[in-house]
Design a binder for this molecule. Structure first.
Ligand code: MN
Length: 719
């Protein structure tokens, strides 16, 4: 992939940029030694072998490293791959260079054993040599970058193995060292060989968007530049498309397509001084609305790898997310080159373990490899240190699950299987029962208990961290809500059609009439219509009217001038009106009195006495000479149920009707009618007609409803 062969002069020039006074004769000597050692050798690409150490040395020079490290880069393969010996290297180039070359050589030497043992030993050697001198790792990383760039010449099986190793070990190591540019390159190259199809798809998707992305980038940079100028801040603004692998990870994590991912670009503003950083942040937050929780001040609180920058995410003019990093020039150099930028200043100083221990994670890795003799344990341990944003926990059988930091037991349950998530009822962490919302810690052993009667709760959405868990919980709630709505809708419609003397069961069986109505309401299936009724979007009366439109129009509880008469067996039993025992009696539909209410009779013209609630406004509007005192005889008949209309005001929430209905079921009342609407203040107003025995029963229902935390108020309505 290298277009041009690197010459010695290129390397020397690059070193002199960062180290103008340095003696580059060591590099020239190393070049000659390496050229002689590798003479006649070829790379798989067919190029002279020397091109490889030259590229590696050039990469190191570009990182700002000095003559010792750059020379080590030129010599890194001489001991391993040529007739040259370590003694010769030490004799010509001194102990420091020889130590680095020795470290690199040792890492590369073969170990016998299974794959896992080999990899563990490999990592153990790498940790040891980099704790001794971090420059060993820098040379090894540069070596890996060039090998990855030329991986195309290897056979496919080897390509995948090396790419996997790069993605799992070298890329995160580069990240841990703060070398983000290098990390991105290693990730993308690995991604190319490991997932060629996904790689190509994203690449093609991006190239289709190139025009739009470039235009957006140009305009946003220009806009930001102008705004900085207005505030007299000198700053360089640039935008870039994120690396392919990080885009791929986002698409995977959020389960979306490239077209749905808006933050493909990341912007960077490089300013002169530290105070400019904060001032720039102020300017940006005044221009765009910041996304809560996304402001990270790594200037005040530098990362362990010395990375410093301010990160913020804001909402752009089109509603898109904009990621912006703000830093000074020096911070930028550290951000790009990481540890190399830091070490390059100290080329002449000796490197000791003390240096490595500046990085607590590196020290932890050193301790780890001392403690963990078992290769599998060592690999797991190293992974913990390399991926600080993840936690690793164990199943009772010892399998490892990787979850984002902050993940809870519910996330774990869903990571095992969706059904385990949907049925999880409790969990033990390291043998102790803990609440499901408990955050997992590295190394926890987690055991989830499931029960067929358990199911996800809406509350879980407030603490789960993984997209998978969130998605599966939402899915379950949606299905469950729908099932409840369909069942409720069926019940409501059943009652309604029974009034017209029909049976819903039969209507569903015959199908045609009902299907016509389903179509008229623009639903696809009968269940959709039933769900809509259950959800209160369609009233059962509307449906019934359409079904029986040729029959006499059903009268819907409209308050008639004279309250409707309840006939035959519906005539209230246990009702006694003083001195008028032989009168025909019925209960008024307008105010729906129930046993326990204060009542008053109304003598109709020739249709007997209608019983109203004493405070019924309809009654108040009638001629008082027709009023006749009345009172319940005892508490009414034990088997008789009376309809009551109630209103429940709640916090607006989808599926509200189903929630209330199940509370009503628990309170042992039938619902014969339900409707729900949302007010402008985002409150849900539901109205139900329920059947109760008496006031005591109604009080119980009110109590049950008021216990629901979403319920704001409950009151009885006129009929
Ligand atoms: Mn090499």
């Amino acid at each position: 992939m290298a277009n041009r062969i690197i010459r010695l002069q290129d390397i020397v020039e690059e070193v002199q940029k960062f180290h103008p006074d340095s003696d580059t004769s060591l590099i020239e000597k190393a070049y000659i030694f390496s050229a002689k050692a590798h003479e006649g050798q070829l790379r798989l690409s067919g190029e002279p072998y020397l091109s490889h150490p030259l590229e590696v040395a050039y990469l190191l020079a570009k990182m700002g490293l000095g003559p010792v490290t750059v020379s080590s880069g030129l010599l890194h393969d001489t001991v391993e791959d040529s007739a040259a010996t370590l003694d010769e290297v030490e004799e010509y180039f001194g102990e420091e260079v020889a130590d680095v070359v020795n470290g690199v050589t040792k890492i590369g030497q073969l170990v016998f054993g299974d794959r896992q043992t080999q990899q563990a030993e490999y990592i153990r050697k790498m940790i040891l040599s980099m704790s001794h001198d971090i420059r060993v790792l820098l040379v090894k990383l540069a070596d890996r970058v060039h090998n990855m760039r030329t991986l195309g010449f290897m056979e496919p099986a080897k390509q995948k193995r090396i790419a996997r190793e790069t993605l799992e070990i070298y890329a995160p190591l580069a990240g841990r060292l703060g070398m983000f540019r290098l990390k991105a390159e290693l990730e993308d190259l690995s991604f190319y060989y490991l997932e060629p199809e996904a790689y190509q798809q994203i690449q093609e998707g991006l190239s289709r968007k190139t025009g739009a992305l470039e235009k957006y980038n140009r305009e946003m940079c220009e806009f930001l530049r102008e705004k900085l100028e207005e505030h007299h801040i000198k700053g360089e603004v640039s935008g870039r498309v994120k690396n392919l692998y990080s885009i791929y990870r986002k698409l995977q994590a959020q389960q979306i397509t490239l077209d749905e991912l808006y933050d493909l670009l990341a912007f960077r503003i490089i300013v002169d001084t530290l105070s400019d950083c904060y001032e720039t942040l102020g300017v940006i937050h005044a221009l765009f609305r910041p996304v809560p929780g996304r402001l990270k001040d790594y200037i005040g609180m530098p990362k362990a790898n010395m990375y410093q920058s301010i990160h913020t995410t804001v909402i752009g003019q089109g509603g898109e997310r904009l990621e912006i990093q703000i830093r000074t020039r020096e911070m930028h150099r550290v951000a790009e080159e990481g540890i190399a930028a830091h070490w390059s200043y100290k080329e002449r100083r000796a490197y000791h373990e003390k240096d490595a221990q500046r990085f607590s994670w590196l020290k932890q890795m050193v301790d780890l490899q001392k403690e963990l003799k078992n290769p599998q344990e060592l690999l797991e341990g190293v992974r913990l240190e390399l991926y600080p944003d993840e936690v690793y926990v164990f199943t009772p059988t010892g399998d490892v699950k990787e979850l984002p930091r902050g993940a809870t037991l519910v996330d774990f349950a869903y990571a095992i299987h969706s059904e385990v998530g949907n049925r999880c009822s409790g969990a033990k962490v390291n043998g102790r029962m803990v609440p499901l919302r408990t955050e997992l810690q590295n190394g926890d052993t987690v055991e989830v208990t499931t029960s067929p009667h358990h199911h996800p709760s809406r509350d879980w959405l407030q603490f789960v961290k993984t997209t998978k868990a969130r998605h599966k919980i939402r899915q379950w709630l949606k299905v469950a809500e729908r099932e409840q709505s369909v069942a409720l809708g069926k019940e409501l419609l059943e009652r309604e059609v029974r009034k017209a003397g029909a049976s819903l069961q039969k209507l569903i069986k015959e199908g045609d009439e009902l299907k016509k109505v389903v179509q008229e309401f623009s639903f696809r299936a009968i269940d959709d219509l039933l769900a809509a009724i259950g959800h209160g979007k369609v009233s059962p009366g509307q449906v019934s009217n359409r079904l029986f439109r040729n029959a006499a129009p059903a009268v819907e509880e409209a308050p008639a001038l004279e309250p409707q008469v309840k006939r035959g067996k519906e005539e209230p039993a246990g009702l006694k009106i003083k001195d008028l025992d032989d009168m025909l009696m019925r209960l008024a539909n307008c105010c729906q009195p129930i046993p326990g209410d204060a009542i008053m009779g109304y003598i109709t013209r020739g249709k007997g006495v209608t019983i109203h609630r004493a405070d019924c406004p309809y009654l108040a509007s009638t001629e008082t000479f027709r009023h006749i005192p009345a009172e319940w005889d005892g508490g009414g008949s034990p088997n008789k149920l009376y309809p009551v209309k109630i209103q429940v005001v709640t916090v607006d929430k989808p599926g509200l009707l189903a929630d209330i209905t199940s509370a009503l079921k628990i309170a042992d009342v039938n619902v014969t009618k339900a409707s729900v609407e949302t007010t402008a203040e985002n409150k849900g107003v539901a109205q139900f007609t329920i059947q109760v025995a008496d006031q005591v029963h109604l009080e119980k229902v009110f109590g049950a409803l008021k216990r629901l935390k979403e319920v704001i108020s409950v009151r009885r309505m006129m009929g």
